[in-house]
Design a binder for this molecule. Structure first.
Ligand SMILES: CC(C)(COP(=O)(O)OP(=O)(O)OC[C@H]1O[C@@H](n2cnc3c(N)ncnc32)[C@H](O)[C@@H]1OP(=O)(O)O)[C@@H](O)C(=O)NCCC(=O)NCCS
Length: 176
C-alpha cells in the first residue's frame, strides 16, 4: 500500500473513494468544495493506493484560532473503501498526514469524529482544553470534538474558537 499526495488529476479517484466509503455523495461534494476553496489552503490531500487502485483518502484543511496565529488544520473527511477497512489504512493516512503537517509547521490538528477511533492516534477532547468548535457541539457529543498537538506545549499555551474554511463553515457539518 502506497500513500501519496493527491493531485488535480486524481480528483475522480478521490471522489470515488469518498462515495464508496460513506455510501453517498455528501462527503464527496464537501471534498470537491474544499479543494476549490481558497480559504481552505494550505491543504493536504493524501491518497492511499493498493497497486493502481485507490482505496483511501484523507483531507486536512487550514483553520485558524480566533485569538492566536498558531498554524492549525482540521482533518475532514477520512475515507477507506469498505473492502479495505480494518487493515490499518485509515491509521496510516492519519499518521502520514500528521507527519507532513508537522514538517510544515502546523502545531494543532482538530477533528470532529469517532471518539473511540481518533484517540488511538493521539487526539483528545478539545473543548475542555479551551478550543471552541466552529459551531457548538451538543454536550452528549462533546468527546467527538478532538485535538492533537504536533509540537510539545502548544496545548495549554493557546486556546480560542476554531474558524474553518468557508466550505466547512456550515452548521450541518457540526452536528456529529
Ligand atoms: C473510519 C474509517 C476511516 C477507518 O478506516 P480503517 O482503515 O478501517 O481504520 P484502521 O484499519 O486504521 O483502524 C481500524 C480500527 O478502527 C475501528 N473503527 C472503525 N470505525 C470505527 C468507529 N466508527 N468507531 C470506533 N472504532 C472504529 C475498527 O473497529 C478497527 O478496530 P480494531 O483495530 O480494534 O479492529 C473507515 O472505516 C471508513 O472509511 N468508514 C466510513 C467513513 C467514515 O466513517 N469516516 C470517518 C469519519 S470521522
Amino acid at each position: 500500500m502506497d500513500i501519496r499526495k493527491a493531485s488535480e488529476s486524481d480528483l475522480n479517484d478521490v471522489l470515488l473513494v469518498e462515495r464508496s466509503a460513506f455510501g453517498g455523495n455528501n462527503e464527496a461534494e464537501l471534498v470537491r468544495e474544499l479543494l476549490e476553496d481558497p480559504t481552505a489552503k494550505p491543504l493536504l490531500s493524501l491518497l492511499a493506493l493498493k497497486g493502481d487502485r485507490p482505496v483511501g483518502h484523507i483531507l486536512f484543511t487550514k483553520v485558524r484560532l480566533s485569538n492566536s496565529s498558531q498554524k492549525a488544520a482540521i482533518l475532514a473527511p477520512l475515507a477507506v473503501v469498505p473492502d479495505s477497512q480494518k487493515q490499518g489504512i485509515g491509521g496510516k493516512l492519519i499518521e502520514e498526514g500528521l507527519q507532513l503537517l508537522s514538517k510544515s509547521g502546523v502545531g494543532l490538528v482538530f477533528v470532529l469524529g469517532y471518539p473511540e477511533y481518533y484517540p488511538r492516534h493521539g487526539f483528545q477532547p478539545a473543548g475542555r482544553l479551551g478550543f471552541e468548535a466552529t459551531y457548538p457541539i451538543p454536550e452528549k457529543n462533546a468527546d467527538a470534538w478532538m485535538v492533537r498537538e504536533l509540537s510539545a506545549g502548544v496545548i495549554g499555551s493557546v486556546r480560542g474558537k476554531v474558524i474553518c474554511a468557508s466550505a466547512l463553515n456550515k452548521p450541518e457539518y457540526w452536528r456529529e
